[in-house]
Structure formats: structure tokens, C-alpha cells
Design a protein around this ligand. Sequence first.
Ligand SMILES: [Mg+2]
Length: 447
Amino acid sequence: MHSSGWGSSERLDWASAVLDQAFEFSSASDYCIFIQHLVNSDRTVAEPWERVVAHADMDAFYASVEQLDDPKLRGRPVIVGPRSKRGVVLTASYEARPFGVGSAMPMVKALRLCPDAIVVPPRFERYTELSARIMAVFEDFSPDVEPLSLDEAFLDMTGSEHLFGPPRRMGEKIKAAIKEATGGLTASVGLSQTKYVAKVASGYQKPDGLTVVPKEDAVNWLAPQSVARLWGAGPKTQARLYALGYQTIGDIAGADLEKLQTTLGSLGNHLFELANARDPRRIEGHRVARSMGCDRTLNEDVSANEDILLYLRRSADHIARRLRRKNYLAGGVRVRLKTTEFKLLTRQCTLAEPTDVAQVLYAGAQKMLDRFDHPGPFRLVGLAAHSLEGADESRQLGLLDAGSARALEVTLDRLAERFGDNVIRRARDITQTTVVDQTPDLDFLRS
Ligand SMILES: [Mg+2]
């Protein structure tokens, strides 16, 4: 679904769901007080921009992944592409770029320029896997994400200053989250009030760059840059622009619009608008699938797997019951652990089939738990069901057939409805004394 953006109150709801990534609260009641404060405040923090557009782009993505996975490649010129002589360069590492090696260059030429380069054949499966993690990070920051390729996307960050701080802090947080989620890859991020300027800004200080261009600076900031940076100005157009005496974006911004239009047609108008930092295009994102979650801040830190599993089991029961109540199916699960240094670690997966069965959610969570390599201890254990979709009737029938686990859980739902949620406890829970303090449900849903 193409979105036209959420209203601010919806966005605030969404924002509250991810608040704990930006803030740390000493107790659940602090959290509630803070949310209350947010709702009551008129959301004026240092004059937020009318629109905030972020463009995030991984640095030399394929080559960086190869260097991440193979330490022997780090610090060395790496070219990702087929070893065949007729192939072209897909990505060159930053060590190879000073030799003049760039994407789409014939491999023969690249190796002539940089004979010491190590050529690595592409592993698209691995890039896709990391891309999914990167996109999941983007979706933690905005409900409106427009991916442009495996490794870059626009994020509509409008109205999220309360959550992530001013634009520069937003950029820092996006970069840090990507590094954490990928195990060390860097992204360059640009923030501005338009897509075009954000895109140019992300490329401005690569690699590992962060460039923020406020609206009032945009025209001057663009002015000294080459016309090659204008969207829609391919090599042919560039040559024409040079021939007409336009070298910089500023030359176009200050040009006679009629003259541009007669020589370049509608493209002239388009370039003139961009050069003047006018670009009304919206983020054409898919609405991020909603999620339903349950984070538990623990009274005592846990490290042992079996202790963590206990909380995941309990959360799975809780979430599955709410999924059934609201007639939703979850397409995936996400486990979050917060270290005692308040570092939030996340692992998530897609389930083979959408479900509202606790046992299935729990099995997925167990698998995710194996993928954390941090030894703990942890102060928070979180489970969320993501990629929610409405459970239509045919699907429901299929699920009823699917097994006794769901039938049992539905029976327990009825008991819980009659006698309250706490009437049913797993035997293990009753003997467990590490009492959990459950933070408010972090639903992205509005009931
Ligand atoms: Mg890139």
C-alpha cells in the first residue's frame, strides 16, 4: 500500500512504541509518565522541520560485506564482480577507488588500473540477508520507508524529533543502529527537507558520512556542486549543460528559466526546480507492517538461556492471545535483549506461515535466541510479533485444522476471559520467583 503518511497522533502512537530505543526509564511508571508528557506536550522542540527526509546509503555495500566476512580483505583493494575478463565491476572497496576503479567499469580496465585488487565473486544471497536486516532497522525509525535498492532507502522522519532528537541525532542513531544490526557495516546518511537534497547529502561525505542540510541552507549548499549531481542529468545532458556554460548547480539555479526550457524542454524546468532545492515528491514507502510486542524489564538481570526462554514463553502466550483477540496473524517474530550497558540487540525472522499460535511464536523466538552472540547479562527481554495481517476466515479454518496446539490455546483463551489472564499459569512460572515487571504493551496497533 502506498501511504500518504500518518496523522501526527497516529505517528505519536507509533513513536511511543519505539521510544525505549531512544530513552531508558528506570521503571514502567516512569515510562507511562513520559508517554503522558509526550501526549500532552505540543511537540515543539527547537522548531522541528516541516518535513524531515533522510536518505541512507550503505558504503560500497557488496565490497564492505566481503570485508566484513573475511578479515583478510580488510584494508585492501577489493573488487566485487565476476572473475571473467568480460565482466564488469559491481562494487569497488574504498581502497580500490583512489586507483580510479568504479562500478560498471569493465573488469579488464579495473585490473589494469589496480593490478593488486582482489576480485571476489558476488554472493547475492548474503547481500540480500544483510539488506533485510538493514531495511528492518529503517523500519524501526519510520513507518514510511522507500527502498531504492538493496542498500539504500528514503525514510520519512517527519515529526519524530521527540523520539530521536533533532535531524543530526536522527542520522547518528540510524547509523549506529545499522552498524549494530550488521555487525559493523557503515552507512552514509543525508537529512534535509526534500528527497533530492537528502540524496545528494548522503553522498556528500562518503564513507561513514552524515550531512544535514536545513531548508534555508539548501540552495547555497547545492550551488557549488557539479551539474552531474542533478537527478535526471545523465552523461549526455551533462555534456549539453557544459556546452551551454553551466558547470555548477548554482549556474542552473540562477539561469534564465525560459532559456533552459527552450534548450532542454521539460527537463530544463525539472533541473531548475531541483537546483533551487524544490522537490515536492513524497516518500513512496510501503506502510510498514504493524507489530505487537511485549517487553519485560527484569528485576534481576538474566544470562542463562533457560531464564530468557521463560520470559519469551510467557510473552509468546500473551502476544498470541492478543493476536487471536484482534483477529491477526503474525508473519514473523523479533526478539530484543537489552544489555546491562543499555545496548539494545535485536534479531528477527520470518515464519514459514503466518500464525497466532503461541507455540509457533515461541519456537521462532527460541531460534532467534541462538543467534545472539552476546553472553549477557540482560536487563530486558522483549518479544514482538511483526508483519501482522488480518486473519481472514479461510485462513482461520486452515489454522484450526493445523493442530491441537491452537485448539488448546483457544480453550485457554476462554478460561482467561472468564477468570482473568492470571488464572492460567505454566507450571514452570509458578515455581519461578524472579518476578518480572512488565512494561506497557508496545503495540503498534490501536484498539
Ligand atoms: Mg550504496
